[in-house]
Design a protein around this ligand. Structure first.
Ligand code: PLP
Length: 523
């Protein structure tokens, strides 16, 4: 392994064209940075400690005998290390983040300010409820908004992300079926156009998952779904708007059929930002739906969290929802219902999903977002997000294949395929080419119903100028892929790393630093 003065490891970086290789490995002011253990010797220390006073230690036989092995860097060296790393990160505050299915939108600073108020940020979940009435008030008020916006009966606030909310909803369905003596219903139907977490959740909860095909226009095949209903079906999980960016128009008809057959309807509401203020899932016969607060109601996410996935529930499922939940008395006092059967009203809860009450910081951000937009503003969020996505779709459909463009307008995201590229050119080449243009790529190879999928979600917070620049860049890269420009095959040329083996990185992640991590990983 070669590590030069800057820590650059040539074998790591297929750095595009030879003429872009520099002595340091730096590219302009984009600086290379090695691991802290590789730049800081464990033999040195960056801090001057005074000689320890002669005090007897009280560690018994537990005093450390070997060196601790921490890298020794001075303060300025440490600051540079982490600042350089932070510059290698791409975030929504840096530029347009077109990931489809993720809803990466601007997070208003007001939300951050609210979430940091000490009355929300510094409280402890085991504090007596009388001392946290304001925080419980936020949870309760947000719950009321979510119920109103969705036209549902109740809401479980504690699930910590979308997928966690799916589990919550499915456990409600399971509990409801068992309560009616129909625990033998073991099948959950999941359309091809659903998000991948849906079948994973159903399987995790012990159900058999059966696929329902999509129609050529990218929606659930309603006839196929109805034909499969029967006494063994516990329910369906439908993503609406679905992962093709289309509204499932038949959802009411599907819900009626599922209910008639004794099942329940789970709706994946992660894409609620496309319909908030326009459609109430309760009116479509939905029994349970999670809302990703971190998508629809802003709040920063990505890189692992934090998320929050409250689940709105129909009248049929609400009694089975998890503990704890808030309850407001007529005198305004709010209490936490923490236990089953505290009185006659809550005997059916399926139990508890998390230790405490959910993500307080996310609740505060979401309520701040909702209150600052107001009911009319939320409706406009959905309308602008859909308008932006359709602008992207119509501006690109002449250069990129848009498989469902003929089915009419899309919702919040625009879907393209790799059809029409020159021989040997793929979606990956387009994504990598976009990096050279200064854009984080869109979601690629998802959803699976489309070959070489490219899914772009602009969200409502991007201006027309920002979208025009992105559209221009994507048009240019798509034209190169169509013309078979060989330099696109080795893009990106301006990024520190070009084409990493992402499968190897995911399958065999090297998470612990050892003396020669690369040599070992290669074994
Ligand atoms: C993001 C998303 C999920 C999962 O939500 P997490 O908060 O990441 O667990 C589920 N379904 C759809 C359609 C999504 O977009």
């Amino acid at each position: 392994m070669t590590i030069n003065a800057s820590g650059w490891r040539p074998e790591l970086g297929v750095a595009g064209e030879a003429d872009s290789v520099t002595f340091t490995g730096n590219k302009g002011l984009m600086l290379e940075e090695a691991l802290i253990f590789e730049i800081g010797s464990t033999e040195t220390t960056g801090v001057d400690f005074a000689e320890a006073a002669d005090a007897s230690q009280r560690l018994g036989g537990l005093a450390r005998t070997a060196p601790i092995g921490l890298p020794g860097l001075s303060e300025p060296e440490t600051v540079r290390h982490y600042t350089r790393l932070s510059r290698q990160n791409y975030g929504i505050d840096l530029g347009f983040f077109p990931l489809g299915s993720c809803t990466m939108k601007h997070n208003p600073r007001l939300n951050e300010k609210m979430a940091r108020l000490p009355g929300f940020a510094d409280i402890h979940p085991l504090q007596p409820v009388d001392t946290v009435q304001g925080a419980l008030g936020v949870i309760n008020e947000l719950a009321v908004w979510l119920i109103k916006l969705t036209g549902m009966h109740g809401v479980a606030m504690s699930p910590k992300a979308g997928a966690h909310g799916e589990l919550c909803g499915i456990l409600c369905i399971k509990a409801a079926l068992e309560a009616r003596g129909e625990g033998h219903r073991k099948v959950i139907l999941v359309p091809e156009s659903a998000h991948g977490t849906n079948p994973a959740t159903a399987a995790f909860a012990g159900y058999q998952v059966e696929d329902i095909p999509a129609t050529p226009e990218g929606r659930v095949d309603t006839a196929a779904l109805k034909a499969r209903l029967g006494p063994d079906v516990a329910g369906v999980m439908i993503t609406n708007p679905n992962t093709c960016g289309l509204f499932e128009r038949d959802l009411k008809e599907i819900s009626d059929a599922v209910h008639a057959a004794g099942g329940y309807v789970y709706c994946d509401g992660a894409n609620f930002n496309a319909i908030v203020g326009r459609v109430r899932p309760g009116d479509l016969g939905v029994d349970a739906m999670h809302i990703n607060l971190h998508k629809t109601f802003s709040t920063p996410h990505g890189g692992g969290g934090p998320g929050s996935g409250p689940v709105v529930l129909s009248e049929a499922l609400a009694p089975f929802g998890p503990l704890p939940f808030t309850e407001r008395y007529a005198d305004g006092h709010i209490t936490l219902v923490e236990e089953e059967s505290v009185d006659d009203r809550h005997p059916h809860s399926f139990g508890r999903m998390v230790a405490f009450h959910g993500q307080m910081g996310m609740f505060t951000r979401a309520l701040s977002y909702i209150l600052s937009h107001g009911a009319d503003g939320l409706r406009q969020v959905a309308e602008d997000a859909v308008l932006n996505a359709n602008y992207v779709l119509r501006s690109l459909e002449d250069v990129l294949d848009a498989p469902f463009a003929a089915s009419g307008p899309c919702m919040h995201e625009a879907l393209f395929s790799d059809d029409g590229m020159a021989e040997g050119f793929t979606t990956l080449d387009i994504a990598k080419g976009l990096i050279d243009e200064g854009f984080h790529p869109m979601t690629v190879y998802f959803p699976l119903v489309v070959h070489g999928a490219m899914l772009v979600e602009p969200t409502e917070t991007e201006s027309k100028a920002a979208l025009d620049q992105f559209i221009g860049a994507l048009r240019s890269v798509a034209a190169r892929a169509k013309a078979g420009d060989p330099s696109l095959k080795s893009a990106p040329h301006f990024a520190p790393r070009a084409r990493l083996d992402e499968t190897l990185a995911a399958r065999k992640p090297v998470l612990v630093w050892k003396e020669a991590p690369l040599a070992e990983a290669a074994e």
